[in-house]
Design a protein around this ligand. Sequence first.
Ligand code: SF4
Ligand code: SF4
Length: 445
Amino acid sequence: MRFKWPAKLQGVHPRQNKNTANSAIEKIRGFDTVSIPLDMQFGPGCESLVKKGDHVEIGQKIGEPLGAWCVPIHASVSGTVKSVKKEILSDGTPVEYVNIDSDGKDSVSAEVKPPQVHDRADFLAAVRASGLVGLGGAAFPTHVKMNPPPGKTIDTLIINAAECEPYITSDHRICLEYPQQIIKGITLTCHYLNIPTAVIALEDNKRDVVTVLQREIDKVKGTLDYPEQGISITVLPTQYPTGAEKVLIKLVNERIVPEGGLPADVGVLVQNVGTIRYVGEYFETGMPLVSKIITLDGSAVQKPGNYEVPIGAIIEDVVEKSGGCRTEIAKVIMGGPMMGVSIDDLSRSILKANNAILMLDEKDATLPTEIACIQCGRCTFACPMLLMPTTLDKAARAQDISKLNDYHVMNCIECGCCTYVCPSKRYLLQNIRIGKTLVKQASKN
Ligand code: SF4
Ligand code: SF4
Protein backbone atom coordinates (compact mmCIF):
# COMPACT_ATOMS: atom_id res chain seq x y z
CA MET A 1 0.00 0.00 0.00
CA ARG A 2 1.19 3.55 -0.66
CA PHE A 3 -0.12 6.94 0.31
CA LYS A 4 -0.11 9.68 -2.31
CA TRP A 5 -0.23 13.33 -1.41
CA PRO A 6 -0.05 15.39 -4.58
CA ALA A 7 1.57 18.80 -4.25
CA LYS A 8 -1.50 20.49 -5.71
CA LEU A 9 -4.87 19.00 -6.37
CA GLN A 10 -7.63 21.19 -7.69
CA GLY A 11 -11.08 20.42 -6.37
CA VAL A 12 -13.20 21.07 -3.29
CA HIS A 13 -14.00 19.68 0.14
CA PRO A 14 -17.78 19.49 0.44
CA ARG A 15 -19.23 18.11 3.68
CA GLN A 16 -18.95 14.36 3.28
CA ASN A 17 -22.23 13.35 4.94
CA LYS A 18 -21.22 9.67 4.75
CA ASN A 19 -24.04 8.88 7.18
CA THR A 20 -24.47 5.32 5.94
CA ALA A 21 -20.83 4.16 6.00
CA ASN A 22 -21.63 1.72 8.81
CA SER A 23 -24.89 0.50 7.30
CA ALA A 24 -24.42 -3.05 6.00
CA ILE A 25 -26.02 -3.79 2.64
CA GLU A 26 -29.59 -4.97 3.17
CA LYS A 27 -31.36 -6.96 0.45
CA ILE A 28 -34.88 -5.79 -0.26
CA ARG A 29 -37.08 -8.23 -2.17
CA GLY A 30 -40.83 -8.79 -2.34
CA PHE A 31 -41.62 -6.08 -4.91
CA ASP A 32 -45.05 -6.59 -6.49
CA THR A 33 -43.93 -5.16 -9.79
CA VAL A 34 -40.81 -3.98 -11.63
CA SER A 35 -40.56 -1.69 -14.63
CA ILE A 36 -37.41 -2.39 -16.64
CA PRO A 37 -36.36 0.10 -19.34
CA LEU A 38 -34.82 -1.53 -22.41
CA ASP A 39 -32.36 1.34 -22.78
CA MET A 40 -30.32 2.18 -19.69
CA GLN A 41 -26.76 2.36 -20.98
CA PHE A 42 -24.47 4.55 -23.04
CA GLY A 43 -25.16 3.56 -26.66
CA PRO A 44 -28.14 1.85 -28.28
CA GLY A 45 -30.77 -0.03 -26.27
CA CYS A 46 -32.46 -3.42 -26.67
CA GLU A 47 -35.56 -4.77 -28.34
CA SER A 48 -38.00 -6.79 -26.30
CA LEU A 49 -37.87 -10.60 -26.42
CA VAL A 50 -41.08 -10.89 -24.42
CA LYS A 51 -44.70 -9.84 -24.77
CA LYS A 52 -47.69 -9.29 -22.53
CA GLY A 53 -48.68 -12.50 -20.72
CA ASP A 54 -45.29 -14.25 -20.97
CA HIS A 55 -43.92 -15.92 -17.84
CA VAL A 56 -40.35 -14.89 -16.98
CA GLU A 57 -37.82 -15.98 -14.38
CA ILE A 58 -34.92 -14.17 -12.72
CA GLY A 59 -31.91 -13.96 -15.05
CA GLN A 60 -33.92 -14.70 -18.21
CA LYS A 61 -32.92 -12.52 -21.15
CA ILE A 62 -35.78 -10.15 -21.98
CA GLY A 63 -33.94 -7.57 -24.11
CA GLU A 64 -31.88 -8.37 -27.24
CA PRO A 65 -29.05 -5.88 -27.91
CA LEU A 66 -29.51 -3.61 -30.93
CA GLY A 67 -25.82 -3.26 -31.76
CA ALA A 68 -22.30 -4.32 -30.84
CA TRP A 69 -22.08 -1.64 -28.15
CA CYS A 70 -25.24 -2.80 -26.44
CA VAL A 71 -25.66 -5.39 -23.68
CA PRO A 72 -28.67 -7.62 -23.04
CA ILE A 73 -31.24 -6.96 -20.33
CA HIS A 74 -32.56 -9.64 -17.98
CA ALA A 75 -35.64 -10.12 -15.80
CA SER A 76 -35.02 -9.14 -12.17
CA VAL A 77 -38.07 -10.89 -10.70
CA SER A 78 -40.06 -13.97 -11.69
CA GLY A 79 -43.65 -13.44 -12.79
CA THR A 80 -45.82 -12.37 -15.71
CA VAL A 81 -45.15 -9.64 -18.23
CA LYS A 82 -47.92 -7.09 -17.70
CA SER A 83 -47.01 -4.88 -20.64
CA VAL A 84 -44.27 -3.82 -23.01
CA LYS A 85 -44.76 -0.15 -23.80
CA LYS A 86 -43.06 3.13 -24.48
CA GLU A 87 -42.70 5.57 -21.60
CA ILE A 88 -40.91 8.90 -21.30
CA LEU A 89 -37.73 9.16 -19.22
CA SER A 90 -37.08 12.21 -16.98
CA ASP A 91 -34.90 13.73 -19.71
CA GLY A 92 -37.72 13.46 -22.26
CA THR A 93 -36.39 10.40 -24.13
CA PRO A 94 -39.03 7.81 -25.12
CA VAL A 95 -37.93 4.32 -24.03
CA GLU A 96 -39.63 0.94 -24.16
CA TYR A 97 -40.28 -0.63 -20.76
CA VAL A 98 -41.00 -4.24 -19.82
CA ASN A 99 -43.39 -4.19 -16.84
CA ILE A 100 -43.46 -7.44 -14.84
CA ASP A 101 -45.91 -8.48 -12.11
CA SER A 102 -43.96 -10.59 -9.64
CA ASP A 103 -45.26 -14.04 -8.64
CA GLY A 104 -43.34 -13.74 -5.38
CA LYS A 105 -41.45 -16.99 -6.03
CA ASP A 106 -38.11 -15.52 -7.12
CA SER A 107 -37.56 -18.56 -9.33
CA VAL A 108 -34.33 -18.51 -11.29
CA SER A 109 -34.10 -19.16 -15.04
CA ALA A 110 -32.41 -22.33 -16.32
CA GLU A 111 -30.35 -19.97 -18.55
CA VAL A 112 -28.35 -18.94 -15.46
CA LYS A 113 -25.02 -20.83 -15.50
CA PRO A 114 -21.43 -19.74 -14.81
CA PRO A 115 -19.77 -18.99 -18.17
CA GLN A 116 -17.12 -21.29 -19.63
CA VAL A 117 -14.18 -19.14 -20.64
CA HIS A 118 -10.92 -20.13 -22.35
CA ASP A 119 -9.52 -16.98 -23.88
CA ARG A 120 -9.85 -13.21 -24.24
CA ALA A 121 -12.70 -13.42 -26.79
CA ASP A 122 -14.70 -15.77 -24.54
CA PHE A 123 -14.10 -13.48 -21.57
CA LEU A 124 -15.32 -10.37 -23.39
CA ALA A 125 -18.33 -12.27 -24.76
CA ALA A 126 -19.22 -13.46 -21.25
CA VAL A 127 -18.90 -9.95 -19.79
CA ARG A 128 -21.24 -8.71 -22.50
CA ALA A 129 -23.72 -11.56 -21.98
CA SER A 130 -23.90 -10.68 -18.28
CA GLY A 131 -25.50 -7.34 -19.17
CA LEU A 132 -22.72 -5.42 -17.43
CA VAL A 133 -22.24 -1.67 -17.85
CA GLY A 134 -20.17 0.72 -15.73
CA LEU A 135 -21.89 0.66 -12.35
CA GLY A 136 -20.32 3.85 -11.04
CA GLY A 137 -22.80 5.99 -12.94
CA ALA A 138 -21.49 6.14 -16.51
CA ALA A 139 -23.33 3.03 -17.79
CA PHE A 140 -20.71 2.56 -20.50
CA PRO A 141 -20.77 -1.06 -21.80
CA THR A 142 -17.99 -2.85 -19.94
CA HIS A 143 -17.07 -5.27 -22.76
CA VAL A 144 -16.38 -2.25 -25.01
CA LYS A 145 -14.31 -0.46 -22.38
CA MET A 146 -12.30 -3.65 -21.79
CA ASN A 147 -11.50 -3.95 -25.50
CA PRO A 148 -9.50 -0.85 -26.54
CA PRO A 149 -9.02 0.07 -30.22
CA PRO A 150 -6.24 -1.76 -32.11
CA GLY A 151 -2.77 -0.42 -31.36
CA LYS A 152 -3.57 0.53 -27.74
CA THR A 153 -1.91 -1.56 -25.04
CA ILE A 154 -3.22 -1.51 -21.49
CA ASP A 155 -0.56 -1.90 -18.81
CA THR A 156 -2.53 -0.80 -15.74
CA LEU A 157 -5.97 -1.64 -14.42
CA ILE A 158 -7.15 1.01 -11.95
CA ILE A 159 -10.01 0.04 -9.67
CA ASN A 160 -11.92 3.18 -8.78
CA ALA A 161 -13.02 2.88 -5.16
CA ALA A 162 -12.59 6.60 -4.44
CA GLU A 163 -16.32 7.29 -4.02
CA CYS A 164 -15.68 11.00 -3.57
CA GLU A 165 -19.31 12.13 -3.87
CA PRO A 166 -20.90 13.21 -0.59
CA TYR A 167 -23.49 10.88 0.96
CA ILE A 168 -22.72 7.81 -1.21
CA THR A 169 -21.24 4.81 0.62
CA SER A 170 -22.37 1.86 -1.51
CA ASP A 171 -18.86 1.24 -2.91
CA HIS A 172 -17.37 1.51 0.57
CA ARG A 173 -19.75 -1.23 1.76
CA ILE A 174 -19.05 -3.33 -1.35
CA CYS A 175 -15.30 -3.21 -0.50
CA LEU A 176 -15.97 -4.31 3.07
CA GLU A 177 -18.54 -7.00 2.27
CA TYR A 178 -17.34 -8.41 -1.08
CA PRO A 179 -13.51 -8.33 -1.01
CA GLN A 180 -13.16 -11.85 -2.40
CA GLN A 181 -15.34 -11.05 -5.42
CA ILE A 182 -13.42 -7.80 -6.04
CA ILE A 183 -10.05 -9.55 -6.11
CA LYS A 184 -11.50 -12.36 -8.24
CA GLY A 185 -12.81 -9.77 -10.72
CA ILE A 186 -9.37 -8.12 -10.84
CA THR A 187 -7.42 -11.35 -11.38
CA LEU A 188 -9.81 -12.55 -14.11
CA THR A 189 -9.67 -9.19 -15.90
CA CYS A 190 -5.86 -8.98 -15.70
CA HIS A 191 -5.47 -12.62 -16.79
CA TYR A 192 -7.73 -12.55 -19.85
CA LEU A 193 -6.83 -9.02 -20.96
CA ASN A 194 -3.13 -9.55 -20.29
CA ILE A 195 -2.77 -6.54 -17.97
CA PRO A 196 0.35 -6.80 -15.77
CA THR A 197 -0.57 -4.31 -13.00
CA ALA A 198 -3.67 -3.55 -10.97
CA VAL A 199 -4.08 -0.65 -8.54
CA ILE A 200 -7.04 -0.23 -6.21
CA ALA A 201 -7.45 3.51 -5.55
CA LEU A 202 -9.46 4.81 -2.63
CA GLU A 203 -9.71 7.92 -0.47
CA ASP A 204 -8.28 8.06 3.05
CA ASN A 205 -11.75 8.25 4.58
CA LYS A 206 -12.04 4.49 3.86
CA ARG A 207 -8.93 3.18 5.58
CA ASP A 208 -10.92 0.29 7.09
CA VAL A 209 -11.10 -1.16 3.58
CA VAL A 210 -7.31 -1.46 3.20
CA THR A 211 -6.81 -4.38 5.62
CA VAL A 212 -9.82 -6.24 4.27
CA LEU A 213 -8.68 -6.01 0.64
CA GLN A 214 -5.00 -6.64 1.41
CA ARG A 215 -5.95 -9.90 3.14
CA GLU A 216 -7.69 -11.09 -0.04
CA ILE A 217 -4.79 -9.94 -2.24
CA ASP A 218 -2.37 -11.97 -0.10
CA LYS A 219 -4.52 -15.08 -0.56
CA VAL A 220 -4.19 -15.02 -4.35
CA LYS A 221 -0.53 -13.99 -4.63
CA GLY A 222 1.39 -16.52 -6.71
CA THR A 223 -1.71 -18.12 -8.26
CA LEU A 224 -2.00 -18.57 -12.02
CA ASP A 225 -4.23 -15.52 -12.59
CA TYR A 226 -2.28 -13.16 -10.31
CA PRO A 227 -1.05 -10.18 -12.40
CA GLU A 228 2.65 -10.25 -13.27
CA GLN A 229 3.44 -7.01 -11.44
CA GLY A 230 0.89 -7.47 -8.68
CA ILE A 231 -2.15 -5.79 -7.17
CA SER A 232 -1.52 -2.76 -4.96
CA ILE A 233 -3.66 -0.33 -3.00
CA THR A 234 -3.17 3.45 -3.29
CA VAL A 235 -4.71 5.71 -0.68
CA LEU A 236 -5.47 9.22 -1.91
CA PRO A 237 -6.44 12.33 0.06
CA THR A 238 -10.17 12.83 0.49
CA GLN A 239 -10.98 15.56 -1.97
CA TYR A 240 -13.71 15.90 -4.56
CA PRO A 241 -13.55 14.88 -7.50
CA THR A 242 -10.79 12.31 -6.92
CA GLY A 243 -13.00 9.61 -8.43
CA ALA A 244 -13.45 11.35 -11.81
CA GLU A 245 -11.70 9.05 -14.27
CA LYS A 246 -9.19 11.49 -15.74
CA VAL A 247 -8.40 13.01 -12.34
CA LEU A 248 -7.89 9.55 -10.84
CA ILE A 249 -5.48 8.47 -13.60
CA LYS A 250 -3.41 11.62 -13.03
CA LEU A 251 -3.34 11.05 -9.28
CA VAL A 252 -2.52 7.33 -9.43
CA ASN A 253 0.17 7.22 -12.08
CA GLU A 254 0.79 10.79 -13.25
CA ARG A 255 -0.52 10.13 -16.78
CA ILE A 256 -2.63 12.74 -18.54
CA VAL A 257 -5.43 11.61 -20.87
CA PRO A 258 -5.26 13.85 -23.97
CA GLU A 259 -8.14 16.16 -24.83
CA GLY A 260 -10.89 14.11 -26.49
CA GLY A 261 -8.90 10.95 -25.69
CA LEU A 262 -9.54 7.83 -23.66
CA PRO A 263 -7.72 6.21 -20.72
CA ALA A 264 -6.55 3.56 -23.22
CA ASP A 265 -4.50 6.33 -24.91
CA VAL A 266 -2.29 6.34 -21.81
CA GLY A 267 -2.35 2.57 -21.26
CA VAL A 268 -4.98 2.54 -18.54
CA LEU A 269 -8.29 0.75 -18.02
CA VAL A 270 -10.40 2.14 -15.16
CA GLN A 271 -13.20 0.07 -13.66
CA ASN A 272 -15.49 1.08 -10.82
CA VAL A 273 -15.12 -1.23 -7.81
CA GLY A 274 -18.78 -2.26 -8.03
CA THR A 275 -18.29 -3.24 -11.67
CA ILE A 276 -15.23 -5.36 -10.93
CA ARG A 277 -16.98 -6.96 -7.92
CA TYR A 278 -19.78 -7.95 -10.24
CA VAL A 279 -17.30 -9.52 -12.74
CA GLY A 280 -15.96 -11.72 -9.92
CA GLU A 281 -19.45 -12.71 -8.83
CA TYR A 282 -20.77 -13.39 -12.32
CA PHE A 283 -18.00 -15.84 -13.14
CA GLU A 284 -18.86 -17.77 -9.96
CA THR A 285 -22.64 -17.77 -10.21
CA GLY A 286 -23.59 -16.95 -13.81
CA MET A 287 -26.34 -14.63 -12.54
CA PRO A 288 -26.66 -11.71 -14.99
CA LEU A 289 -26.89 -8.15 -13.72
CA VAL A 290 -30.37 -8.09 -12.21
CA SER A 291 -29.88 -6.14 -8.99
CA LYS A 292 -28.16 -2.99 -7.86
CA ILE A 293 -26.62 -1.86 -4.57
CA ILE A 294 -27.57 1.74 -3.83
CA THR A 295 -27.24 4.25 -1.02
CA LEU A 296 -30.55 5.77 0.04
CA ASP A 297 -30.06 8.96 2.03
CA GLY A 298 -31.02 12.61 2.39
CA SER A 299 -32.92 14.74 4.89
CA ALA A 300 -36.33 13.37 3.84
CA VAL A 301 -35.44 9.67 4.28
CA GLN A 302 -36.60 7.85 7.41
CA LYS A 303 -33.99 5.06 7.36
CA PRO A 304 -30.89 5.94 5.36
CA GLY A 305 -28.87 2.88 4.38
CA ASN A 306 -27.35 0.71 1.67
CA TYR A 307 -29.81 -1.54 -0.09
CA GLU A 308 -29.64 -4.19 -2.81
CA VAL A 309 -32.76 -3.97 -4.95
CA PRO A 310 -33.92 -5.50 -8.26
CA ILE A 311 -33.18 -3.44 -11.34
CA GLY A 312 -36.48 -1.92 -12.43
CA ALA A 313 -37.83 -1.60 -8.87
CA ILE A 314 -39.90 1.57 -8.55
CA ILE A 315 -38.15 4.19 -6.40
CA GLU A 316 -41.33 4.86 -4.43
CA ASP A 317 -41.54 1.15 -3.50
CA VAL A 318 -37.85 1.07 -2.51
CA VAL A 319 -38.36 4.04 -0.19
CA GLU A 320 -41.52 2.51 1.26
CA LYS A 321 -39.85 -0.85 1.95
CA SER A 322 -36.80 0.81 3.50
CA GLY A 323 -38.91 2.64 6.08
CA GLY A 324 -40.57 5.51 4.22
CA CYS A 325 -40.05 9.24 4.53
CA ARG A 326 -39.74 11.36 7.65
CA THR A 327 -41.02 14.52 5.99
CA GLU A 328 -42.35 15.83 2.69
CA ILE A 329 -39.92 15.33 -0.20
CA ALA A 330 -38.91 18.49 -2.07
CA LYS A 331 -36.29 17.03 -4.38
CA VAL A 332 -35.11 13.58 -5.52
CA ILE A 333 -31.63 13.12 -6.98
CA MET A 334 -30.34 10.03 -8.77
CA GLY A 335 -26.68 9.91 -7.75
CA GLY A 336 -24.80 12.28 -5.47
CA PRO A 337 -25.45 15.96 -4.82
CA MET A 338 -22.50 17.08 -7.00
CA MET A 339 -22.92 15.05 -10.20
CA GLY A 340 -26.36 13.49 -9.80
CA VAL A 341 -29.45 14.48 -11.76
CA SER A 342 -32.78 15.35 -10.21
CA ILE A 343 -35.79 13.33 -11.28
CA ASP A 344 -39.35 14.43 -11.64
CA ASP A 345 -41.26 11.67 -9.88
CA LEU A 346 -40.94 8.64 -7.67
CA SER A 347 -42.46 6.26 -10.21
CA ARG A 348 -39.07 6.11 -11.96
CA SER A 349 -37.18 2.81 -11.90
CA ILE A 350 -33.84 1.83 -10.40
CA LEU A 351 -31.41 1.61 -13.33
CA LYS A 352 -28.17 -0.33 -13.77
CA ALA A 353 -26.08 2.81 -13.29
CA ASN A 354 -27.84 4.13 -10.16
CA ASN A 355 -25.58 4.16 -7.16
CA ALA A 356 -27.65 6.41 -4.92
CA ILE A 357 -31.02 8.01 -4.43
CA LEU A 358 -31.06 11.21 -2.36
CA MET A 359 -34.33 12.61 -1.12
CA LEU A 360 -34.17 16.12 0.23
CA ASP A 361 -36.58 18.17 2.33
CA GLU A 362 -37.59 21.73 1.48
CA LYS A 363 -34.68 23.32 3.35
CA ASP A 364 -31.98 21.24 1.63
CA ALA A 365 -33.61 21.44 -1.78
CA THR A 366 -33.94 25.19 -2.11
CA LEU A 367 -31.60 26.60 -4.78
CA PRO A 368 -30.02 29.93 -3.84
CA THR A 369 -30.74 32.86 -6.15
CA GLU A 370 -27.81 33.71 -8.40
CA ILE A 371 -26.38 37.21 -8.44
CA ALA A 372 -23.79 38.94 -10.66
CA CYS A 373 -20.32 37.45 -11.06
CA ILE A 374 -17.78 39.36 -8.98
CA GLN A 375 -14.81 38.03 -11.00
CA CYS A 376 -13.26 36.43 -7.92
CA GLY A 377 -11.74 33.55 -9.92
CA ARG A 378 -12.63 30.87 -7.36
CA CYS A 379 -14.39 28.76 -9.99
CA THR A 380 -11.29 28.68 -12.17
CA PHE A 381 -9.08 27.83 -9.24
CA ALA A 382 -11.35 24.94 -8.21
CA CYS A 383 -11.73 23.39 -11.68
CA PRO A 384 -9.84 20.06 -11.83
CA MET A 385 -9.81 20.22 -15.64
CA LEU A 386 -8.15 23.67 -15.62
CA LEU A 387 -11.06 25.28 -17.46
CA MET A 388 -12.51 28.79 -17.12
CA PRO A 389 -16.07 28.10 -15.91
CA THR A 390 -17.19 31.71 -15.91
CA THR A 391 -16.17 32.14 -19.57
CA LEU A 392 -17.93 28.89 -20.51
CA ASP A 393 -21.01 30.00 -18.57
CA LYS A 394 -21.16 33.28 -20.50
CA ALA A 395 -20.57 31.53 -23.84
CA ALA A 396 -23.33 29.00 -23.11
CA ARG A 397 -25.80 31.75 -22.15
CA ALA A 398 -24.90 33.56 -25.41
CA GLN A 399 -25.08 30.26 -27.37
CA ASP A 400 -21.62 31.09 -28.73
CA ILE A 401 -20.54 27.68 -30.12
CA SER A 402 -17.21 28.93 -31.37
CA LYS A 403 -16.22 30.32 -27.98
CA LEU A 404 -17.44 27.17 -26.22
CA ASN A 405 -15.11 25.16 -28.45
CA ASP A 406 -12.24 27.62 -28.05
CA TYR A 407 -12.48 27.25 -24.27
CA HIS A 408 -12.71 23.44 -24.45
CA VAL A 409 -16.21 22.97 -23.05
CA MET A 410 -16.17 19.27 -23.97
CA ASN A 411 -13.34 18.77 -21.46
CA CYS A 412 -15.74 19.61 -18.64
CA ILE A 413 -16.36 16.49 -16.54
CA GLU A 414 -19.49 18.05 -14.98
CA CYS A 415 -18.09 17.73 -11.46
CA GLY A 416 -19.83 20.88 -10.18
CA CYS A 417 -16.79 22.19 -8.25
CA CYS A 418 -17.19 25.61 -9.92
CA THR A 419 -20.81 25.94 -8.86
CA TYR A 420 -19.99 24.71 -5.37
CA VAL A 421 -17.38 27.40 -4.67
CA CYS A 422 -19.10 30.34 -6.38
CA PRO A 423 -19.98 33.05 -3.82
CA SER A 424 -22.48 34.56 -6.29
CA LYS A 425 -24.23 31.18 -6.58
CA ARG A 426 -23.96 31.33 -10.38
CA TYR A 427 -25.60 28.36 -12.15
CA LEU A 428 -22.31 27.51 -13.81
CA LEU A 429 -22.58 23.74 -14.22
CA GLN A 430 -26.18 23.97 -15.35
CA ASN A 431 -25.24 26.37 -18.14
CA ILE A 432 -22.06 24.51 -19.07
CA ARG A 433 -24.14 21.34 -19.53
CA ILE A 434 -26.38 23.29 -21.91
CA GLY A 435 -23.22 24.52 -23.66
CA LYS A 436 -22.02 20.95 -24.16
CA THR A 437 -25.38 19.99 -25.63
CA LEU A 438 -25.21 22.96 -28.03
CA VAL A 439 -21.73 21.89 -29.20
CA LYS A 440 -22.89 18.28 -29.70
CA GLN A 441 -25.92 19.43 -31.69
CA ALA A 442 -23.79 21.79 -33.81
CA SER A 443 -21.33 18.99 -34.63
CA LYS A 444 -24.22 16.89 -36.05
CA ASN A 445 -25.35 19.65 -38.44
S1 SF4 B 1 -16.07 23.65 -15.53
FE1 SF4 B 1 -16.73 21.52 -15.52
S2 SF4 B 1 -14.91 20.38 -14.89
FE2 SF4 B 1 -14.55 22.52 -14.35
S3 SF4 B 1 -15.27 22.70 -12.20
FE3 SF4 B 1 -16.99 23.28 -13.53
S4 SF4 B 1 -18.15 21.39 -13.76
FE4 SF4 B 1 -16.09 20.79 -13.04
S1 SF4 C 1 -16.67 31.91 -8.64
FE1 SF4 C 1 -18.58 32.87 -9.26
S2 SF4 C 1 -18.30 35.02 -8.79
FE2 SF4 C 1 -16.26 34.08 -8.78
S3 SF4 C 1 -15.50 34.34 -10.88
FE3 SF4 C 1 -16.49 32.36 -10.81
S4 SF4 C 1 -18.59 32.79 -11.49
FE4 SF4 C 1 -17.71 34.74 -10.91
